[in-house]
Write a protein that binds this ligand. Structure first.
Ligand code: ZN
Length: 265
């Protein structure tokens, strides 16, 4: 496992006063979207040491990680008190429901991650339904990659949100890089109370403010998508979005703490 490419020096002033106004009165950020592992296609990697360095450098106090290798995620979260996991669920793997249940028995696993694009299925595929029921029983959210045809378009995620209105569904990347998909993600979160938007990889800073204004102040979460995107670049988008300091603090930290059930401190 290689080291991180994300250990460059940081400017803590990037966090400014906004994040200090979170409920806990601390200036550290909660990152709702980080990957661990080697990614040769992208030329990046992030292991436990790299993750610790990245979080420290960027001012991230707590966060959530995942990997298709759930055993690796488990090892990392067990070695880092402020890092939590989401179980990667791939319905094309045997015993995926039983495996998900087993990982969710672990107190540091706080939900499930779905990547329908990489794993090749539609978000509303009935194969996912047992996992949604499991998450509902446990009161845990699911984070789903969004923004690419054919397997991760926002409207396909909305189908799942309609079928499971009591599950909390985080739309990762809030539509990603296309304004049509980004606007669709905001529309969907505005009309579906169980859909949350996560900001990583989405390039339009003003859309973060629009999402908060239209979907509600508790429904937008900061995520970095490290190591694919730099956490501080992703934070800057939130800070420059035009939101008030209080709302920036909610996006950068307290919304995720509430959704994942991670206490302050
Ligand atoms: Zn990601």
């Amino acid at each position: 496992m290689g080291g991180s490419n994300l250990t460059a020096g940081s400017d803590v002033s990037l966090l400014g006063n906004a994040a200090a106004l979170t409920a806990c009165g601390r200036s550290l950020v909660f990152d709702s979207h980080m990957h661990v592992g080697d990614f040769p296609l992208f030329g990046v990697a992030l292991d436990g040491d790299g993750l610790a360095a990245t979080m420290s450098s960027a001012g991230i106090g707590k966060g959530v990680i995942f990997s298709p290798d759930n055993a690796y995620t488990l090892r990392v979260v067990e070695s880092m008190p402020d890092v939590f996991g989401m179980v990667w669920v791939n319905p094309r793997e045997p015993d995926y429901v039983e495996d998900a249940a087993r990982y969710l028995d672990h107190p540091k696993f706080l939900g499930a991650k779905l990547h329908p694009l990489l794993d090749g299925y539609l978000p509303a595929d009935p194969a996912i339904h047992p996992v949604m029921r499991l998450l509902l029983e446990r009161g845990l959210p699911v984070l789903i990659h969004s923004g690419h045809p054919i397997f991760s378009l926002p409207w396909s995620i909305e189908e799942l949100a309609v079928a499971f209105p009591d599950n909390k569904i985080i739309m990762g990347h809030m539509g990603h890089s296309n304004v049509v998909y980004i606007n669709a993600a905001i529309d969907i979160a505005s009309r579906r109370q169980n859909v949350y938007l996560e900001t990583s990889g989405m390039p339009m800073h003003t859309k973060i403010r629009e999402a908060v204004e239209r979907a509600g102040p508790e429904r937008v979460l900061y995520g970095s998508d490290a190591p694919f995107h730099h956490p501080e670049v992703e934070m800057l988008k939130v800070r420059l979005s035009g939101l008030s300091d209080e709302l920036v603090g909610r996006v950068l930290r307290s919304n995720s703490e509430q959704l994942f059930g991670v206490p302050c401190g």
